[in-house]
Design a protein around this ligand. Structure first.
Ligand code: SF4
Length: 402
């Protein structure tokens, strides 16, 4: 099947097994549920609901994923029903049929801090609603990813199947498989075009008769999806000039970030992306809304000047990091032992010991520790792999997987 595809592109013979909230993955430490957070925005009550679910149903921890989603682990068999009820009540599960495909990354602090000409928060809500409203889109693979970049260049390069990149207050580029398609639209028509591109991805996948998980896995995927869009009117025009998609940052910003309205956003790194229920409850008590990012950070926006210091002290005391020079910013890991049966090591414990002991390998460069060659959760951009082997850790990027 798909013999014309480049050899580096995998041929999929099975449906993707990405976990969801209702489709748990049976990990070695119990059920693993992934809760999608389109656009990264969580209301305080939603964060409290996640914290309560982690504490009462799981192992008491929330994991921040490289796609800006949240995972619960250690769930007992059959916990899906109660977890689903809790998430639905909190507005975190608007569609049981579409829950796994709601992978939407949006520029951090869009509309709040300087950096992009468009506020993409309305796009995130509209795209999520549009995805859930179309029954045919329930067939999208769980690997599907949309990126909504307000022009600051933080998420456009994170490997989306479909992406929007604001070029100016009046022009938006459509990205396909992370590259410029040449199609342009107005901000008010951008979500319509992104949804059309998503449908065209599915239609092209059907036409090619493949089980592709990603648009890039289709033969000439971006060109053929673009051709399908040109057959229809979706408010777009063609631009002969191609824009270069910005490379994503390896880390998100940390510290106090001034907002356009005079208030302050506090961005904190969560070491290894593992947030305790108590930390989540602390965050929920600080603001009406919290952003989670693909860089293992959480952002508390809209803080008044006199609230910033106390919030920062409380978050720091809870274990979050505001120092840009901290070695914690250089390290991410997969789950490792005991959560993953394939793992050859407890990578989180080993990485933590290396940070605390000042013994990070590779000169302390940005690094991703993994328990086996699958290298799950590897960040986009440059990072050195630290791979567990039967005889210890091997440092180097001899093989990279999506
Ligand atoms: S990289 Fe290997 S050890 Fe780590 S979570 Fe993935 S499969 Fe498990």
């Amino acid at each position: 099947m798909n013999s014309a595809a480049p050899s580096a592109v995998p041929t999929r013979t099975r449906v993707d097994a990405c976990p969801g909230a209702l489709q748990m993955h049976p990990a070695a430490d119990g059920g693993l549920a992934r809760v999608r957070v389109p656009g990264g925005s969580l209301r305080a009550v939603q964060l409290e609901a996640l914290a309560a679910a982690a504490r009462e149903l799981g192992n008491g921890l929330l994991e921040l994923t490289s796609r800006g989603n949240v995972q619960l682990r250690g769930l007992p068999v059959g916990a899906e029903a109660e977890l689903g009820d809790r998430l639905a009540a909190a507005g975190l599960l608007p569609s049981a049929t579409h829950e796994r495909i709601r992978n939407v990354l949006a520029s951090g602090l869009s509309g709040r801090t300087a950096g992009g000409p468009v506020d993409v928060r309305p796009w995130a809500a509209a795209l999520d609603a549009g995805l859930c409203a179309d029954p045919s889109l329930a067939d999208l693979p769980g690997r599907y990813l949309a990126t909504l970049d307000d022009g600051r260049g933080d998420v456009a390069g994170l490997g989306g199947d479909v992406g929007l990149l604001a070029l100016s207050p009046t022009s938006v580029a459509l990205l396909l498989a992370g590259a410029d398609s040449g199609l342009r639209t107005r901000p008010e028509d951008a979500v319509t075009l992104a949804l059309a591109a998503t449908r065209a991805f599915l239609a092209e996948r059907d036409a090619q008769g493949t089980g592709a998980w990603r648009l890039a896995e289709l033969t000439d995927g971006p060109a053929r999806v673009t051709a399908r869009l040109l057959d229809r009117r979706n408010g777009h025009v063609c631009d002969p000039g191609v824009v270069e998609v910005p490379a994503p940052p390896v880390n998100g910003p940390v510290g106090a970030l001034p907002q356009l309205d005079g208030r302050t956003a506090l961005a904190a790194l969560v070491p290894l992306g593992v947030l305790s229920a108590a930390q989540a409850e602390l965050l929920a008590g600080l603001a009406a809304e919290v952003e989670v990012t693909p860089w293992r950070t959480v952002v508390v926006p809209d803080l008044a000047e006199d609230a910033v210091d106390d919030a920062a002290v409380d978050l720091h005391r809870s274990g979050m990091v505001f120092d840009e020079a901290s070695p914690w910013l250089q390290v991410s890991t997969c789950a490792g032992r005991p959560g993953c049966a394939r793992s050859l090591a407890d990578v989180r414990a080993d990485a933590t010991a290396a940070v605390i002991g000042g013994t990070l390998p590779a000169g302390g460069a940005r690094q991703h520790w993994v328990g086996c060659e699958r290298r799950c959760g590897r960040p986009q951009g440059h990072a050195v792999d630290v791979v567990a082997t039967p005889t210890g850790y091997r440092i180097g990027n001899s093989r990279v997987e999506d």
